[in-house]
Design a protein around this ligand. Structure first.
Ligand code: G3P
Length: 218
């Protein structure tokens, strides 16, 4: 399972990269705004900086919601760097735009997916990735992980090449369960990735090993 970090914060991206387990980055307009990145030139420069840190797929989201606008924006984004994946919302014109990009060899990430039907449409359109939002479904009393299971199963039935990118992954158990269910990728905050390190028995065990080693060296 690939690990993507879901942030536009360069320090966090660098830290995730330095850990040695990072496969890519996802961003969205909210995450860019959180970092204070506004305006076309700043946004493009920021994506370039991310591409310089991480040698893996970097999702950059279009803002337009009409087909022509999405195609225009997506093509500009794709020209920035070969690792850019054009992130397109699951709306009617978005599906058409994904088909357009897929026919031209431009990678896409179909975002804001909340149902298996939407995931089937994304795969039919030729999306490289589909992003079901686990945490946001949980937020409205719907089992987000069940959707991951359903999509993995459906894609398996037909051998769809679209990769299941579990998004809105909020905690360590989300990530572990996505791995159990066979998600191809999870994207999450850095804290979820570093959270995988934690186990009190590891800390206690290490303290004991070091204490015993120190006894022999007295
Ligand atoms: O990748 C989508 C993600 O950014 C949404 O996460 O926690 O805002 O639901 P969240």
């Amino acid at each position: 399972m690939k690990f993507f970090v879901d942030t536009a914060n360069l320090q966090e991206i660098q830290e995730a990269h330095d850990l040695g387990v990072l496969d890519g980055v996802t961003t969205n307009p909210s995450l860019m705004a959180k970092e204070g990145i506004f305006g076309h030139d700043n946004v493009m420069a920021h994506y370039k900086q991310i591409c310089e840190i991480v040698d893996g797929d970097i999702s950059a989201e279009v803002i337009a919601t009409d087909y022509e606008g999405m195609v225009r924006e997506g093509e500009l984004l794709a020209e920035l760097h070969p690792n850019i994946v054009v992130k397109v919302p699951m709306i009617r014109d978005g599906v058409k735009a994904i088909r357009h990009f897929s026919e031209r060899g431009i990678k896409t990430n179909c975002t804001l997916v909340f149902s298996a039907g939407q995931a089937i449409l994304a795969a039919k359109a030729g999306a490289t990735y589909v992003s079901p939002f686990v945490g946001r479904l949980d937020d409205v009393s719907t089992d987000g992980l069940q959707l991951i299971e359903q999509i993995v199963h459906i894609y398996g039935n037909y051998g769809y090449q679209t990769q299941v990118l579990a998004a809105s992954v909020r905690h360590v158990m989300h990530l572990v369960q996505c791995a159990e269910l066979g998600a191809d990728v999870v994207t999450c905050p850095l804290s979820v990735i570093t959270g995988l390190l934690n186990h009190p028995l590891t800390d206690i065990g290490l303290q004991k090993f070091l204490a015993d080693h120190a006894k022999g060296n007295k």
